[in-house]
Design a protein around this ligand. Structure first.
Ligand SMILES: [Fe+2]
Ligand SMILES: [Fe+2]
Length: 292
C-alpha cells in the first residue's frame, strides 16, 4: 500500500513537471465564466463563442453530429444556446476544445480513430441513458462520455514508457486497471481527473472523467458518472471498445441503481445502441479533428 502511494506520488510529480501540456483556448474560460453567472444572456454567450471561429465550428459540428443525435439542424451558436441551453453548450465547447487540444496527435501505442470512436459511442450511450429521466443532464453526460478516457490520452502522450509497460502487462493477461496501478500507482480515470483539475474543467465533466469506473464515488455528480460508466460498458458490447486489446470494464451494478435502470434491460439497450451505431460518420470528423 505504502509503495503504491509512493508510486502514485511519483506519477503525479512527473505529470506536474510536464510543461508542454496544451492550453485551452482563452475564450473557453470566458464561456465557463459566463455560463456560471446568473446575469449573462444568450447573446453574451453567443458573442463569446462567436469570437473564436474554430470553437464556433467545433461546437456546431458536435451539436449536429449523428452521435449527439439532436433531431434538428442547429445553424448558429445562438440557436444552440436557445434549444440546448447554457449547460449543454458549455459542455459541447469544453468537450470539443479538450479533444482538439489533446486528441488529434495520434499518440504512440494508440489507435486514435478507434479511441475516438469509443469516446463518441460512449458519449452517445451516456446521453440516451440519462435523458430517460433527466433531460437537462443529457448534454453534459454526452460530453462526459466524450472526455471519459482522457487519462489514456495523457498516459500515451506524456508517460510513453509507462504506456508501453501497461500494454505489455495487458498483453500478458493483467487487467488494464491492475496494469495501470502496478505501473503508475494510479488508473487512467484518476489521471484524467488530475488533468481535469489542472485545466479546471467544469465539475460535472471532471467527475464523469474521474469516476467513470466507480460512479458511486462521484457524490452529487453520480448521475453523470453512472451514465458514462454504463455507456462505456455498452460501447464495448457493441464493438466500439477502443481497440482489440481493451477488455470491457466490469459493470458496476450500483450504476444501474443510480440511473434507475433495471439491469435486465441492458440487453435491449445494447441492441438499440448497436442499431444506432451501424453506420456512423467518423468520430474524427464529428470532433473536427481533420480526418476525412
Ligand atoms: Fe476508462
Ligand atoms: Fe472507456
Amino acid at each position: 500500500m505504502e509503495s503504491n502511494l509512493t508510486l502514485a506520488e511519483r506519477t503525479r510529480r512527473r505529470l506536474d513537471r510536464v510543461d508542454d501540456v496544451p492550453t485551452l483556448p482563452p475564450v473557453l474560460l470566458m464561456v465557463w465564466e459566463l455560463t456560471g453567472r446568473s446575469d449573462s444572456s444568450a447573446a453574451d454567450l453567443a458573442r463569446a463563442i462567436g469570437s473564436d471561429p474554430g470553437l464556433t465550428g467545433a461546437v456546431l459540428r458536435l451539436a449536429n453530429s449523428a452521435y449527439f443525435g439532436f433531431p434538428r439542424k442547429i445553424g448558429t451558436v445562438k440557436q444552440a444556446i436557445v434549444v440546448l441551453g447554457f449547460d449543454t453548450v458549455r459542455s459541447l465547447a469544453t468537450g470539443a476544445s479538450v479533444m482538439r487540444a489533446l486528441g488529434p496527435s495520434s499518440p504512440s501505442g494508440m489507435d486514435a480513430g478507434e479511441f475516438l470512436r469509443h469516446s463518441m459511442v460512449t458519449a452517445m450511450a451516456a446521453r440516451l441513458l440519462v435523458e430517460r429521466r433527466w433531460r437537462e443532464l443529457a448534454g453534459s453526460a454526452f460530453c462526459g462520455g466524450v472526455l471519459h478516457d482522457l487519462g489514456k490520452l495523457v498516459i500515451a502522450e506524456y508517460l510513453a514508457e509507462a504506456n508501453t509497460e501497461i500494454g505489455s502487462r495487458v498483453a500478458d493477461g493483467t487487467s488494464r486497471e491492475d496494469a495501470e496501478r502496478e505501473t503508475l500507482g494510479m488508473t487512467h480515470a484518476e489521471i484524467g481527473g488530475w488533468f481535469a483539475d489542472r485545466w479546471s474543467l467544469p465539475e460535472e465533466l471532471a467527475a464523469a472523467v474521474r469516476w467513470h469506473h466507480d460512479p458511486a464515488g462521484a457524490g452529487d455528480r453520480e448521475r453523470f458518472a453512472a451514465a458514462v460508466h454504463v455507456g462505456d460498458v455498452l460501447a464495448h458490447r457493441v464493438g466500439a471498445g477502443g481497440s482489440g486489446r481493451n477488455e470491457p470494464p466490469a459493470l458496476r451494478p450500483e450504476a444501474c441503481t443510480i440511473l434507475g435502470l433495471p439491469e435486465d434491460e441492458l440487453g435491449e439497450w445494447t441492441e438499440r445502441l448497436a442499431a444506432l451505431t451501424v453506420e456512423m460518420p467518423s468520430a474524427e470528423a464529428a470532433l473536427g479533428l481533420g480526418a476525412k
